[in-house]
Design a protein around this ligand. Structure first.
Ligand code: M6R
Length: 611
């Protein structure tokens, strides 16, 4: 939930760390700090974003060749200067940054307090750091050894980076449950929560695994397990360009990512879907095809937007494969005692591949004999590595906190899986299969068409930006799209919005409707269309303001709407990939019109690596 960066080598560490932290701000941005080896450890930290820290330390001697930096999303302790990382140990000789949660920190704190320790922050991080220092001085051992001993006592999740006054060129790092990448350069090493801080310096990276500890020096990288056995680092080539993590002229990452969707969906289909040949090639699915075809149920597990993709997929899978599908919030599923039978298929959907609840939920299901398939965007992420098989969404780095292009790529992948399984199972008539493949191939073009109408949505945003509440309604495949539209608006513009199945509206939410309530209907042409149009009449009769996402040329729905956002005609199974686009744009433009920080909405972080 936080971003961490480290550097040791011949270059100036501070600019590398600051630039890296700015790239990682999507992970959290309520306070920032750096620790530099500059004739002793110097710590600079502050509540607020990276740029605010930069402003306050202008003119300081920031020279250092080794350092660590942190951008925080608060868990233990409010966002404040004193809770910002890095923390220093009681002696001042060690500094540490941490991403994760130490669950038994209260117990450790009590032990340390009994020995006379006092704490300057409310964080679990400071407790762990002093626990490490206590072990180091009691056992008269190296920092590496002390970290190893301490971590055996720790429950929870962490990536930690430590500096030691007595060993100024070395960074000690360890991970369990939160991501850590080490970039290998010539006589230098980079550390990060992801590879973005090191992109312009090296393409050689090592993804550190859980329960591994790294001793990182300029010209040496030693990896060990917690049993002190050496592990050979597996150096991989990074397939990521700098341009992919820059705004490329757009005002915000979110807008860039919305506009990237024709390409990202195309990239996701490329090499997999061949409509002419009538084939879908997905090796990570193919190897489990028999088990999927013969399973009694599929459980989709995800959070947030990825959960909405799972809901759309539930409709698609049940239609095309006739397999019973359940869609679960990972955070609920992991704490229930769910009935999981050997042979059940779990599809874990996650952009980041690091969402803690999803990760733990699939680990639990794996233990019970389920087959785990990951639909994940970030290559090499924890969920991708924990899954037996699956398919990457190939949407490229998604930096805006609000998920956009990852959602449509998830839909594209899930649709291909359903088509593939339905075809093998014989539950899709040949003609429909052929037609869906052909139409799926056309989706990137139709998304591009939809995006051409963005200016008119900007006008709508100005008109509706002062509304206090919004209601989003849809049926069938478009019901989860209504949920997604409402989530986008909430997180970007802080306007209260509710998504609801259009027919359920009569069972409660209709009481909210008056002349001040904008009601957004996701009303593209599908089997439920006439019923949705009746729901529009019901809203209109109560003076609600109807705004609709409609299929181009649908005069009937247009006549009932105060404003419309138009998408091209598409098969109902594929329509969510189109109908969500205007809702992403509406949320974006309303957020901008209200002066919100759309890429970094308050209280949020891109990947939720704590429960
Ligand atoms: O990385 P994941 O897809 O696992 O993340 C799940 C949610 O945290 C994420 O979709 C979140 O809801 C986004 N802010 C939505 O825009």
């Amino acid at each position: 939930m936080c971003g961490i960066v480290g550097y040791t080598g011949p270059r100036e560490a501070y600019p590398i760390i600051i630039k890296g932290l700015k790239r990682l701000e999507y992970r959290g941005y309520d306070s920032t700090g750096v620790a530099l080896q500059n004739g002793g450890i110097k710590v600079y930290k502050k509540k607020g974003k990276v740029a605010e820290l930069e402003d306050t330390i202008v003119g300081k001697d920031l020279h250092a060749n080794t350092g660590i930096g942190h951008t925080r999303w608060a868990t233990h302790g409010e966002p404040s200067d004193r809770n910002a990382h890095p923390h220093q140990s009681a002696s001042g000789k060690l500094a540490m940054i941490h991403n994760g949660i130490i669950e038994n920190y209260n117990q450790l704190k009590q032990e340390l307090s009994n020995k006379g320790y006092t704490f300057t922050s409310d964080t679990d991080t400071e407790v762990l750091l002093n626990f490490i220092e206590e072990i180091k001085s009691n056992n008269n051992c190296s920092l590496e050894e002390a970290v190893r001993v301490a971590l055996k006592r720790v429950t929870g999740a962490y990536v930690i980076l430590l500096l030691d006054n007595d060993d100024p060129e070395t960074i000690i790092a360890a991970r369990k449950g939160s991501p850590l990448v080490i970039g290998v350069g010539k006589g230098e090493h980079f550390l990060g929560s992801d590879a973005s801080p090191m992109l312009e310096y090296t393409k050689e990276v090592v993804y550190v695994n859980d329960y591994e500890l790294a001793i990182v020096k300029p010209d040496e990288l030693i990896l060990k397990n917690l049993g002190n056995e050496k592990i050979t680092p597996y150096v991989q080539k990074l397939d990521l360009e700098l341009a992919a993590i820059e705004k490329s002229g757009y005002d915000h990452f979110m807008l860039k990512e919305i506009f990237e969707q024709p390409r990202t969906i195309h990239d996701c289909l490329r090499g997999r879907l061949d409509a002419m040949a009538g084939t879908i090639t997905m090796s990570g699915i193919q190897q489990y095809a028999d088990q999927i075809v013969n399973t009694n149920r599929i459980i989709m597990i995800a959070c947030g937007t990825s959960w909405h993709a799972g809901l759309v997929a539930e409709y698609i899978f049940e239609e095309l494969t006739r397999i019973n599908v359940e869609v679960e919030y990972a955070s609920e599923f992991r704490y229930r005692n769910p009935v999981i039978n050997k042979g059940d298929v779990i599809i874990a959907i996650s952009q980041s591949g690091e969402t803690a609840d999803t990760l733990v939920a699939i680990e639990n299901a794996k233990e019970k004999g389920a087959i785990i398939l990951g639909v994940v965007n970030v290559v090499g992420s924890s969920i991708a590595r924990t899954s037996h098989g699956g398919a990457y969404t190939h949407a490229g780095p998604e930096i805006g906190v609000a998920s956009t292009k990852a959602f449509t790529a998830q839909l594209a992948v899930l649709t291909m899986i359903a088509l593939k399984i339905g075809y093998i199972k014989g539950t899709i008539p040949q003609e429909r299969y052929t037609q869906l493949l052909k139409e799926l191939e056309e989706i990137p073009e139709k998304v591009a068409w939809t995006l051409q109408h963005s200016e008119s949505i900007k006008v709508l945003a100005e008109k509706y930006k002062d509304a206090r509440d919004f209601l989003y309604l849809g049926r069938g495949y478009n019901f989860p799209v209504a949920l997604e539209g409402a989530l986008k608006l909430k997180e970007i513009s802080y306007i209260h919005a509710e998504g609801y199945p259009a027919a359920e509206m009569k069972h409660g939410p209709i009481a909210l409707v008056d002349e001040s309530l904008p009601v957004v209907f996701v009303a593209t042409k599908d089997q439920y269309h006439e019923k949705v149009v009746s729901n529009m009449q019901e809203i209109k009769a109560r003076k609600g303001r109807v705004i609709s996402v409609i299929t181009e040329g649908d005069e009937n729905a247009e006549a009932l709407s105060e404003d419309v956002m138009v998408v091209p005609e598409a098969d109902e199974i594929l329509a969510p990939m189109l109908s969500v686009i205007p809702l992403q744009l509406l949320a974006y433009y309303i957020g901008v019109a209200k002066g919100c920080d759309v890429d970094k909405p308050r209280n949020l972080a891109k990947s939720v690596t704590v429960e």
